[in-house]
Design a binder for this molecule. Structure first.
Ligand SMILES: NC(=O)c1ccc[n+]([C@@H]2O[C@H](COP(=O)([O-])OP(=O)(O)OC[C@H]3O[C@@H](n4cnc5c(N)ncnc54)[C@H](O)[C@@H]3O)[C@@H](O)[C@H]2O)c1
Length: 295
């Protein structure tokens, strides 16, 4: 929140015209969230343009209408719905990201593939490492076509979900896949896990829950875990203890208005929402996941 206040002070000191001079935010998800919230609060709303420079910014934080900052050790507990005037996408920004932040962003793309787009998932299986190595820059001909395809598909599928439900009146959100347990895991593990890494662990844990309920096969579970290992994403963390997972489940049930509404994969590319995951089931799934996780 301190960062939001310093952005607001800067806007004040620049003396910007709130009608004619939009704030232009260049950066990753944290910066876009911070500036978006400051722009929303400053004089009850100042236009802003988002220019994402990370993979998470490009396929997720940059293109929705949400802003959020962590507060009192709670993930995104202060935030708003505030749409940008425009979003400018240029994947050349991604060229300078380090490999960890490329993988971090790929977690949000895997998410879309697993619950919404089987073809996208298959491309990540066959070409994910190439895309990561080339940082989405298309150094080879194949790298170029898959980078364009993967980024375009991930954004398109994301917008298919966001557009009809911008204000989240429907709390059964497919894009919440990977975001049920991850907020607690991420905040507990700070600074050791990045956002996408916590999402990756949640994706894997949710796949184990899905496998135990026969929504996906063991082969599909192993494919998801394998693609994450190849893309250097974690699928387990010592924070995944029963007590923390219990708190995560309680948090999310409150956040989703009294129901768990947990999105689980149905095969690869489909989704089902469940409301009856028990703490015992969750603890058992975490134990199985620990055994499956790659070193
Ligand atoms: N509002 C939303 O809808 C939404 C959606 C998804 C994620 N998020 C939020 O986004 C955050 C994660 O975003 P992130 O992964 O972009 O992390 P980040 O914003 O922390 O950026 C990661 C790092 O990359 C650096 N960086 C940015 N652009 C760079 C570039 N082009 N080259 C080299 N380094 C660069 C940044 O300075 C930072 O150190 C989380 O806090 C998450 O909650 C928000």
């Amino acid at each position: 929140m301190d960062n939001v206040l310093s952005v607001a002070r800067k806007l004040d000191s620049f003396g910007i015209s709130r009608r004619r001079e939009p704030v232009i935010a260049f950066g990753g998800g944290v910066l876009l969230d911070t500036v978006g919230l400051a722009a929303n609060l400053y004089r009850r709303g100042t236009p802003h343009v988002r220019v994402p420079t990370t993979v998470i910014g490009y396929v997720d934080a940059g293109i929705g209408v949400k802003t959020g900052v962590n507060f009192d050790n709670r993930k995104n507990s202060l935030g708003s719905y505030y749409s940008p005037t425009a979003v400018l996408l240029d994947r050349r920004f991604l060229a300078t990201l380090n490999q960890r932040h490329i993988s971090n962003g790929l977690a949000e793309i895997i998410k879309i593939g697993v619950v919404k787009d089987r073809r996208l998932f298959q491309i990540l299986e066959s070409h994910g490492e190439l895309i990561a190595d080339e940082r989405f820059q298309g150094i080879t001909e194949t790298g170029e076509s898959v980078a364009v395809d993967v980024l375009g598909t991930a954004i398109g599928r994301m917008l298919d979900e966001l557009q009809p439900n911008l204000w989240e009146h429907n709390l059964e959100r497919v894009v919440d896949y990977g975001h049920t347990f991850s907020p607690r895991i991420e905040m507990h593990a700070l600074p050791t896990l990045l956002h996408g890494e916590a999402v990756a662990i949640d994706i894997a844990l949710s796949c184990v829950l899905a496998w135990r309920r026969r929504f996906i096969t063991i082969d599909e579970l192993e494919r998801v875990v394998a693609v994450m290992a190849r893309l250097r994403l974690p699928t387990w963390h010592p924070a995944c203890e029963p007590q923390l997972l219990r708190k995560a489940l309680a948090d999310v049930t409150t956040h989703r208005d009294g129901y768990q509404r947990i999105p689980l994969p149905l095969g690869i590319g489909g989704v089902v929402f469940v409301n009856d995951v028990t703490n015992k089931e969750l603890a058992e799934a975490a134990t199985i996941l620990k055994g499956l996780a790659f070193p």
